[in-house]
Write a protein that binds this ligand. Sequence first.
Ligand code: 13P
Length: 256
Amino acid sequence: MGYLVAGNWKMNKTVGETLEYLELFLPAVKDLTKVEIMIAPPFTALSSASIKLDAARREGEYNVKLGAQNMYYEEKGAFTGEISPLMLTELEVEYVILGHSERRHIFGERDSLINKKVISAVEHGIRPILCVGETIEEREQGRTLSVVERQIRNGLAGVERDLVYIDIAYEPVWAIGTGVNATPEQAQEVHRFIRSLINEISKGNDHKTRILYGGSVNEKNARELIREPNVDGFLVGTASLDPERFYKVITEVLEV
Ligand code: 13P
């Protein structure tokens, strides 16, 4: 699989702002089919974005997919405020970001809940991007690899045979929204570790899991990061909110 450059908009952009963004962004990425692009607007804008993407695809070659930022694992029921996989597949959502550090740290999501969501997403044909990463304290205590290993083993429990449908994002918590990205060497060390873990977990099954890096990725640092052999793309927050900056990150990836 080729590179994936995904934009996590977090709690940003109304429907109107989403449509304005796409007016600018879609013409710029027409025919850029060598890299897979994903945008994850908030739930309220998914429907409008989906219609807009459909219309664009009818008129040209686009490799732009739609993603959700979260999902509950049940299909329906008394779960006030939650969004189900069926609600996402109806909107042609192809990706779902799960276990993002903001979900873990602000909303208290644990590995066991995230694992249920991963299993449900795979069952419903939505490709999960499982996010993992250590806090600054954990890094300073030398626990980076053990934390990432725990998050991955627990997050992927029961779907070891389905890794062909799953991507991982390594997002060190200290690099998210801080302007301080992991150095290419730091990213490579963890990505190499994740790659070997995934190979072990998949028990030799052919898998197409990509390992994305996330945390203060921008148009200036994207090239040196993507040059690392185990970095298969990015999960971009802040720099994805501006269509021009996100386009530049994508073109940096295309240069490699
Ligand atoms: P920033 O790019 O703003 O650091 O956010 C990264 C992130 O959390 C993407 O999921």
